[in-house]
Design a protein. Sequence first.
Length: 399
Amino acid sequence: MLNRNCSTPSRRPQPAGRRRTGARLLGVTLFAAVLSLAACSSGGDGQAASGTSGTAAQGSSAGAVGDSGQSAGASGNFKIGFIQPDDDSSRYTTTDVPAFKAQLVKDCPGCKFLFADSGGDASKQRQQAESMIAQGAKVIVMDPVDSVAAASITAAAKRANVKMIAYDRSIKSKDQSYFVGVDWPQVGVVQATSLTEKLKADGVDPNSNRGIIVIWGDLQSEAGFGTRQGALPILKASGYKILAETNTWDGPTTQQFVSSQISKLRNRIAGVFAGNDTDAGGAISAYKAANAKPIPPITGLDATLAGLQQVIAGNQYMTTYNDFKTEGRMAADAAVKLARGEAVTAPIVDGVPTDRIHPIAVTVDKIQELIIDKGVYTYEKICTPQYEAACKAAGLSKP
């Protein structure tokens, strides 16, 4: 809670039964101080706060979407932040963020775009949110590193009259103003269904000693947990045995795991459920390093450029496409509406206006229709000289 005279921040009482270390108490106090300075220097009208020279050091970058130069309060142009959780997948830099910025330009040409990458660090993400609040952001769009820990960021933003949009993964708080994200359990359903149907089409007997190895992704994340929640019942119902499983989003870790399973199980591995395209790439590398052929059907997620190229080359059976461009556009549109004090219309889920992006399986025969023709990636971007022959064999062409 901020003092009305803006001299020093008052301390909020700690929740009962929650232990705090001295360092954690200091962090809360400093965060409150930042919010107090932001409120005093911005005057609540969305203008930039003074004394924000530490932004670059915290990994944030800012750039004006337009060149209006007018104050936010007078022109309706605002500072709007976007905090991505990490750069482990190329999707943010190639799809989500460009789509978000393009929509922001369309909806609010004079708005200023603030950006940060949290590098998978929840503490760093908190610092980045503090910086954006101190700079006078009216809305922060955040893909949380930790959905539970992000609740305290959302509560603090609300106290500073900053709207928070949860992006891609939900924040465990009703203080968020909007959520747009992926239907993660359905992602699991799509991947598991694609894999098991492929195995059946290939004549793999569920009653044999052959089965599936699984890389779930990070089960502490909403994406990993949700994907497993949707996939596991499908895998179990198929009759195919899960021979081994692990959970990681890290390609080299996946490669090491799959290598060990190839040595142990050899041709008993009929399929690989890989949590995303990075995991799929690690699995493919393991098979190539072991010179183990044929490579079994491998799933993926994110429809990354590398993942799509592996699908075209025949090394990966499928990837899962979520329309991240639409997700980015929807987040930007909602951010501008909230900054202007307008309502965001969406179905209410757990007290929060919510929109979900529905996943689609992308096999080689769907790349033209779903990826190239829709402009997700151009033919030239996908079909580089290394993959040109495979692209022609797959019947891919310029739209």
